[in-house]
Design a protein around this ligand. Structure first.
Ligand code: ATP
Ligand code: MG
Length: 263
């Protein structure tokens, strides 16, 4: 059975999507079978996996509304000829349609466990399922939290970083208590890290003091190649595997493989 992780942080622009697609590509590179689910109407994780969100005939939206199964709606990531030797992963894509799901599902029964139920039909086909969450604690994020075994929290080591985590940690506690006893924070991932900045070092030390070994050993540096790759419709791990950012995500993928063995 697959291990299901969502990448969540209600703060915008902290590296959730970058983490999801590069972890997916990194896990595929080390031989894992991966399904990547884009749960953000922005569709950035879809586009960054070489899948055009405007051309999806079925997406995670239909899955949540129960008019399609994941087996029907998934597609393969696509790299083009230049990168064809790189292993692919499966993509359950998203586009603007998904923005309507929240309203359409309000008052519907089992609305928070739609994704969990849909996953149960395919999870034997994968080692990892990764879910990219939107920057909110909405019904969409709740679906991810109900479906997941663990949460990966990407964060920048800034002054208010710890405070910003409080809402997310409280939501995770509530979901754990009421809806999903499996759920836990698998780890905090330091991203966009600049080791030359004293403040970032200090916040990083605070984080380790507070969360201990929940802080992943892998650290993702600030790296312009990570920011460039999406414009080519590729994860950086595929676009330029030698880049510092890609190497860090490959380390992170190996760390995740090791960590799930201890769960
Ligand atoms: P949103 O909340 O809007 O979904 P997000 O949390 O998914 O945002 P990303 O889209 O992954 O964040 O990243 C925000 C921006 O920062 C993007 O332009 C991305 O390319 C860039 N970025 C992410 N990680 C890095 C990094 N390590 N180094 C440099 N740029 C990065
Ligand atoms: Mg995103």
């Amino acid at each position: 059975m697959a291990k299901v992780f969502c990448v969540a942080n209600q703060k915008g622009g902290v590296g959730k999507t970058t983490t999801t697609v590069n972890l997916a590509a990194g896990l595929a590179a080390v031989g894992q079978r991966v399904l990547m689910i884009d749960l953000d109407p922005q569709g950035n994780a879809t586009m960054s996996s070489g899948v055009d969100k405007r051309e999806l005939s079925l997406s995670v939206y239909e899955v949540l509304l129960e008019s399609a199964s994941i087996a029907e709606a998934r597609v393969k990531s696509s790299w083009g000829e230049d990168h064809a030797r790189h292993p692919t992963y499966d993509v359950l894509g998203a586009n603007r349609d998904l923005a309507g799901a929240e309203v359409e599902l309000v008052n519907q029964e089992r609305r928070n466990i739609r994704l969990k139920e849909a996953l149960a039909q395919v999870d034997s086909e994968y080692d990892f399922v990764l879910i990219d969450c939107p920057p909110s604690l909405s019904m969409l994020t709740l679906n991810a939290l109900c479906a997941a075994h663990g949460v990966v929290v990407p964060m920048q080591c800034e002054y208010f970083a710890l405070e910003g985590l409080t809402d997310l940690v409280n939501t995770i506690k509530q979901v754990h208590a009421n809806m999903n006893r499996d759920l836990k924070i698998i780890g905090l991932l330091r991203v966009m890290f600049d080791p030359r900045t004293t403040l970032q070092q200090q916040v990083s030390d605070q984080l380790k003091g507070h969360f201990g070994d929940k802080v992943f050993n892998a650290v993702i540096p600030r790296n312009v190649r990570l920011a460039e790759a999406p414009s080519y419709g590729l994860p950086c791990v595929v676009f330029d595997a030698a880049a510092k950012g890609s190497q860090a995500y490959l380390d992170f993928a190996r760390e995740m493989v090791a960590r799930v063995k201890t769960l």
